[in-house]
Design a protein around this ligand. Structure first.
Ligand SMILES: [Zn+2]
Length: 282
């Protein structure tokens, strides 16, 4: 299995000449996004549906097209002024709320770009106010010329196998009883493979071998790119770090604990493993 490459969302920087009639507005506040409710269905609102509720001014950021719709995003301070057609939902629940898994990356990208916008209002080098660069997605300092591009933080996530079992761990930041794969940020000077080995050694104390690339997925909360690997157990006993990971164990496909949903690469990989095992036993 590869991570789905079916593409509804095409990221882009250059805005269409004018705002099209069916253009969408991704309005984000904190961890929530505004959805439009019509015929008992929730979807991304069109810009023209919001004009009486939210000021849609020139500062909306264009992020590309989804299913043909030009997509603009904007951050607002609070979502208090909702009408009966407008509902604020958790960004991470957008798939559940709308039934469209493609919207997860679209809304996440809006979150990523808006976050980057907010934290780069001033030059990190000389402190002067930055300006948007005209020809590409970047901020430029009119004083010293320093240019900042959207940051993407690479991280690895690994499915470790031992015979027919998979290693799953509980992170202290997870909700109770949820188990997932081992993940962590790549450090400066490190290859992806070295990151896989280090994270697994640090968090659960075992050594792995035979890493194979599996696929990748943006994880824009706020700016990661997850690179997924599989690996085989080599040696050692599971010993959790009790810092990030509070419990870890080998699980068989027919006895999995609660796992992440399919919006995350971890959720996709664990289900891929389960499907492979089911095929083999049939
Ligand atoms: Zn500067």
């Amino acid at each position: 299995m590869m991570i789905s490459s079916e593409v509804k969302y095409i990221p882009a920087f250059l805005k269409p000449e004018k705002i099209e009639k069916d253009a969408w507005a991704l309005i984000i506040s904190g961890k929530q996004i505004l959805l439009w409710k019509a015929d008992n269905q929730l979807r991304i609102p069109e810009i023209n549906e919001l004009k009486d509720t939210i000021s849609i001014d020139g500062d909306m950021v264009y992020i590309g097209r989804y299913d043909g719709h030009a997509c603009y995003c904007k951050k607002i301070d609070d979502l208090q002024t909702l009408t009966e057609n407008l509902k604020a939902v958790e960004l991470r629940e957008i798939t559940v709320q709308t039934g469209d898994p493609g919207l997860f990356i679209l809304a996440g990208t809006a979150n990523h770009i808006l976050h980057w916008n907010s934290v780069n209002q001033y030059c990190g080098y000389c402190g002067h106010k930055t300006a948007d660069k005209k020809d590409e997605r970047a901020k430029i300092c009119p004083n010293c010329g320093y240019t900042v591009y959207p940051r993407i933080s690479p991280a690895t996530i690994t499915a470790v196998f031992h015979k027919d079992k998979i290693l799953l761990a509980h992170n202290k930041n997870f909700k109770k009883d949820l188990y997932s794969l081992i993940a962590g940020y790549v450090e400066p000077g490190e290859t992806l493979e070295q990151c896989v080995v280090r994270e697994i050694r640090e968090e659960v104390g075992i050594k792995v071998k035979n890493m194979k690339y599996f696929g990748s997925q943006p994880w824009p909360f706020p700016d990661s790119l997850m690179m997924a690997f599989t690996a085989e157990y080599e040696s050692g006993e599971i010993e959790v770090d009790n810092f990030e990971i509070t419990d870890a164990a080998w699980y068989s496909a027919d006895n999995l604990p609660e796992i992440p949903n399919t919006d995350s690469v971890a959720g996709k990989m664990i289900r891929w493993y389960r499907d492979q095992m089911n095929k083999m036993s049939n």
